[in-house]
Design a protein around this ligand. Structure first.
Ligand SMILES: Nc1ncnc2c1ncn2[C@@H]1O[C@H](COP(=O)(O)OP(=O)(O)OP(=O)(O)O)[C@@H](O)[C@H]1O
Length: 254
């Protein structure tokens, strides 16, 4: 679904060039849930932005479903750390904004928004304004907005980082359920090692800047994952332990 071949990114800044990514090689299969962990500033967001076509690589190539990524793509959805909702629109109005931006048929978009509202447990809050929603609900709206146009690939940049621990856990369960229901390809950047392992089918750990992939883990956990049981399992302990070691070596474990 997504291929990165020898991707390098260097930003020209006033002080000096910043080498953000170095020689990234990554293949992401259709329907895969890939998580990316790594120390702060190692280029995780840059990597997502390259896949989304928001940042152009300085060298190397990125393809999505076999076609080169040369600019922002219709077939990806993006969820940012902050929900960034339009304050003057209701939850539903924010979700439908995606359809308006893309000129999608109105009746179809309304039906799709209703489906997503139900799937993410927002029923009853469709007409609430953003300030009336909790942080977790705002992120659900943001997720619905990213999914409205049925993207093949969902890119998530530390989407639950601003939430309290309990809400984060609940959002993890829900995201996993949404992924199971849709079979989408998801790439998630996270600072939480537990989240990286609970959610994903594969986890990639990056090293300090210039960011490169230092290790990959296939996560051998059942497709249906009960939260508490998963966290207690030997496989979960093994992978989180190894990722923490790697991050600890670069001073970044949480
Ligand atoms: N537009 C830009 N111009 C200049 N430098 C940039 C730009 N975007 C990112 N950088 C630099 O590139 C490096 C990688 O940044 P990036 O945000 O991708 O890291 P990250 O791993 O997502 O960090 P964090 O975990 O702290 O969010 C950093 O040193 C950052 O300062």
């Amino acid at each position: 679904m997504v291929e990165l071949r020898g991707v390098d990114v260097t930003f020209a800044t006033r002080a000096r060039p910043v080498h953000a990514l170095s020689g990234i090689e990554l293949s992401i299969a259709p329907g895969e849930f890939l998580s990316i962990a790594g120390p702060s500033g190692c280029g995780k967001s840059t990597l997502l932005r390259v896949v989304a076509g928001l940042t152009a690589p300085s060298a190397g190539a990125v393809t999505l479903r076999g076609t080169p990524v040369r600019g922002p793509r219709r077939d990806v959805g993006f969820v940012f750390q902050r929900a960034a909702l339009l304050e003057w629109r209701t939850a539903r109005g924010n979700i439908l904004f995606q359809a308006e931006m893309r000129g999608l048929p109105k009746a179809w978009a309304r039906r799709r928004a209703d489906e997503l509202i139900e799937m993410t447990g927002l029923t009853g809050f469709e007409n609430a304004m953003p300030y009336e929603l909790s942080g977790g609900m705002q992120q659900r709206v943001s997720l619905c907005r990213a999914l409205l146009h049925e993207p093949d690939v969902l890119l998530m940049d530390e989407p639950f980082g601003a939430l309290d621990a309990l809400t984060r856990e609940q959002m993890n369960r829900e995201l996993r359920r949404v992924w199971e229901a849709t079979g989408m390809t998801v790439v998630l950047v996270t600072h939480s090692v537990a989240e990286a392992v609970y959610l994903a089918s594969r986890s990639v750990v990056m090293g300090p800047r210039p960011g490169r992939v230092v290790e990959e883990f296939a996560i051998d956990l059942p497709a249906r994952r009960d939260y508490a049981r998963t966290l207690e399992s030997a496989e979960f302990q093994r992978v989180t332990g190894r990722i923490r070691e790697l991050l600890g070596a670069s001073g970044a474990a949480d």
